[in-house]
Structures are given as C-alpha cells and as structure tokens.
Design a protein around this ligand. Structure first.
Ligand SMILES: NC(=O)c1ccc[n+]([C@@H]2O[C@H](COP(=O)([O-])OP(=O)(O)OC[C@H]3O[C@@H](n4cnc5c(N)ncnc54)[C@H](O)[C@@H]3O)[C@@H](O)[C@H]2O)c1
Ligand SMILES: O=C(O)CC[C@@H](O)C(=O)O
Length: 392
C-alpha cells in the first residue's frame, strides 16, 4: 500500500487516479511515500525521510524546498500548463477591470440609495468618474512567455493590442505557440518603456524577486497598469504603491493581497484566484496524481522540476532506480555491483539534469538486500529504490 499525504484540497478527479486497493490517501500521515499539495508552505515543515516524491498540483514550486529535495534524491513534480487557461482568463479580466474602472464603478452603484428618477440621475451623473480606456492600439508587455504568458500575449493581440514580450529562456514549444504578431524585446527596460500595461508570468526565484521595481516603473508612461498573477514577490509592492500615489500607475491588479495593498483604493486585489476553476483544479490534480503514481510504481519521471524526464515502458523485469549526483563513473560502479551479484541488465536509461542524474535499470532477476546495500554505499548515490516486477 502506498501512503499519500495531501496538504491542501486536491480535486477528487485527481485522487481517483490513485486506486484505493493500492493507495491510502490522507491529510494526516507521519510516514507517507508521497506528498501532493497546492500552495501549502513546505519550507516550514519537517519532511519525513519516507517521502519519495512530491507533487505540486499547479505550476509554481516556490512553496517547496526543491533544492533540499534534490539533495535527498526526491523528485518534485508539477502540472505544467494545466491551469494556464484559467490564469489567462483572469489576467484578461484584470486588464478589463482596470481599463474600465469596473471595481470602483460597482462600489459607486452599491452605495446608491436613491430610487426612480433620482437613481437615474445619480447613475448618469456618477458615470463620468469612471471613464476608462479601450485596448486596441495600447501596448501590453508580457514578462515570461511560458504556458500562461504565451496565452495572455496571444489573446491580447486578438483584442487589438500591440504586444511585446520578454523571455530570454523561451522554449521551442512555447515559441511555436506564440503568435508571430508578438514583438520580442531585448531588455526589460525596453519592455517597460514601450508598455501601457505590463503582465508578469514568471516563477518566483532569486532572479525575479522585485523584478517590477521602482526604477522600472519609472520608465512607464503615466497612467499605466501592472497585472500580477505570478507571485507577490515579483513586484516590489512598496514601489507599486508609490507609483499609484504619484499617478505613474493607474491600477495594480494582483492575486496576492497584503494589508497595504488591500488598503489602497487603486489596487484590485484578488484572493490567489488565478487557478481556481473546476477545470484547472481537475487538470492539475489529474496530471500530478498520474505522474506521482507513475514514479511510485514504475520509477518513470514525467514533468519534474528537478529530475530529468526518464521513461522506460514497463517490461516483465525486475526494476531498480537510482538518483545520484551527476558525476563521472556512477553507472559504471552501479553496473559492477549488479554484475558481481550475477544480474543481467535487460534495459538501462541514464539521464541527467543539472546536479542530478537518474538511472532506471531493468534486470532479469530480483535484487537482494545485500546488492541494494552495496549500491547504496557508492559515494554520490542519493536514493535507491527497488521496484521489483510490475504490478499486474
Ligand atoms: N495566480 C495563480 O493562481 C497562478 C496560477 C498558475 C501559475 N502562477 C504563477 O505563474 C508562474 C508562471 O506559470 P507558467 O505556467 O506560465 O510557468 P512556465 O514555467 O510555463 O513559464 C514561466 C516562464 O517564465 C520565464 N522566465 C523565468 N525567469 C524569467 C525572467 N527573469 N524574465 C523573463 N522570463 C522569465 C521562463 O523562461 C518560462 O518561459 C508560476 O511559476 C506561478 O508562480 C500563478
Ligand atoms: O493551487 C492554487 O490554487 C494556485 C496554484 C498557482 O499558484 C500555481 O502556481 O499553479
């Protein structure tokens, strides 16, 4: 029986992918084989040694100690693209909320107590305070052209906007998806100078902390808009508040409220709602449950943020998997241990990503505990798993 600890509500459609005859899924477990979560902060918890895999039912992994897990030979899986449409739709909604002053206008209408002709007068008199702007001809700058950024850029073009994008590490897959109408800019400063609206879609890592800074905001035209459905830390919120006060910014739309942001009348803050649709929650849960199951049962790695993609279809063989430091002669030493035990290798795959290498070995006989100990003793081996024969 595999034990899976859930740290947030995970859509039932995903949990159903973990059959009850083989999986015990619970929100309390002291020795789980895997953890599945959404935004729970794992940095503050002690992660049991039993954990062999972590699955993030979403895109961002800044709530998970990924580097510490790599040191332990534990893959962290996420669900790339599974919530991109949901975030795109909310980013576009945010753009329209800001452009047409919809939140303030709604507040105004809610405040009206008049009726009949008086109400009609209040409506007509009040609306001049909420005159907005239209999108065609305005420029949207998209920072981060990944699963979400590409969708936001493409839909903005369809709405008649000019779109400029910045992503020095755009993948070939995303470049193919990006409309040819999106203009690439070479530097962030150029993007800020060119844009009426900037939307950020980058992960929160050291290099993106405070990326939307006072200096960059100062390059924008007066009355610009920042949209942040990435992470709170990507925008220097003090600088954003100052820019709102000076009129440099017309609005700051963000999914990550702080008391200061909530208190400001020009901030449109939402409760981390980007991925909160039934469809996105199900897509993420299904993708991550499938990938965690595939790793637990077959050792295959798909969509991990710290492990290389590594898949060997399951044959009628005994399988071991080894996560190790990406240094020379590891496969040689592992093969020697197996040869000394008289085991014949039927198939072997060795892949690496950064400092981590991962090896799947299919053998024509079972691996004894003694051989497992010998492999575990090789310097650089981080984690060894004996998966036996496939579950029939
Ligand atoms: N509000 C929400 O509910 C919600 C939902 C999903 C994702 N997110 C956030 O959005 C982020 C992006 O999601 P995604 O699915 O598009 O991820 P993704 O990995 O597909 O795309 C991220 C892109 O950012 C680029 N990038 C990284 N650093 C950059 C930098 N300094 N400058 C420019 N580009 C840079 C990468 O090359 C990549 O193409 C996630 O990491 C997460 O933090 C929030
Ligand atoms: O799980 C959520 O609701 C938010 C997910 C989102 O922040 C992500 O990074 O995918």
């Amino acid at each position: 029986m595999y034990k899976v600890l859930t740290l947030n509500n995970i859509a039932v459609a995903g949990l159903r992918r973990l059959p009850r005859d083989r999986y015990e899924v619970s929100s309390e477990s002291s020795s789980p084989d895997a953890v599945i979560l959404r935004s729970h902060n794992m940095h503050d918890m002690t992660i049991p040694e039993s954990v062999a895999a972590i699955g993030r039912a979403g895109a961002g992994v800044n709530n998970i100690p990924v580097s510490a897990m790599s040191d332990r030979g534990v893959p962290v899986f996420n669900a790339p693209g599974a919530n991109a449409n949901a975030v795109k739709e909310l980013a576009v909604a945010g753009l329209l909320l800001a452009a047409r002053n919809i939140c303030d206008a709604r507040e105004y209408v809610k405040s009206l107590t008049s009726t009949g002709d008086e109400l009609a007068k209040d409506v007509e008199n009040g609306k001049k305070k909420f005159v907005g702007f239209e999108l065609p001809g305005r420029t949207l700058g998209v920072i981060g052209l990944g699963a979400i950024g590409v969708e936001v850029a493409n839909v903005a073009l369809a709405l008649g906007m000019k779109v400029v994008g910045f992503d020095p590490k755009i993948t070939v897959k995303r470049a193919w998806q990006l409309s040819s109408g999106v203009k690439q800019v070479e530097t962030l400063d150029r993007l800020f100078k060119a844009s009426d609206v900037v939307s950020v879609h980058v992960p929160l890592v050291d290099g993106t902390k405070g990326l939307v800074s006072a200096d960059r905001l100062s390059l924008m035209k007066d009355g610009s808009v920042i949209i942040n459905f990435a992470r709170g830390g990507v925008v220097d919120s003090k600088a954003a508040l100052q820019a709102l006060n000076s009129g440099k910014l017309h609005a700051y739309v963000c999914d990550f409220p702080t008391p200061e942001l909530i208190a400001h009348p020009k901030v449109i803050a939402l409760p981390h709602l980007g991925a909160s649709t039934t469809e996105a929650e199900e897509n993420c849960a299904v993708m991550v449950a499938e990938n965690v199951k595939e790793y637990l049962e077959n050792g295959n790695v798909r969509s991990s943020v710290n492990f290389p993609e590594a898949v060997i279809p399951r044959a009628d063989a005994w399988r071991i998997t080894i996560a190790n430091a990406n240094v020379p002669n590891m496969v040689g030493q592992i093969s020697t241990c197996l040869a000394q035990a008289g085991l014949n290798i039927a198939d072997l795959l060795n892949k690496s990503m950064g400092d981590i290498a991962y090896t799947i070995v299919d053998l024509d006989g079972p691996v004894s505990e003694e051989t497992m100990q010998a492999i575990r003793g090789i310097k650089g081996v981080l984690r060894l798993r004996n998966l036996g024969k496939p579950i029939s």
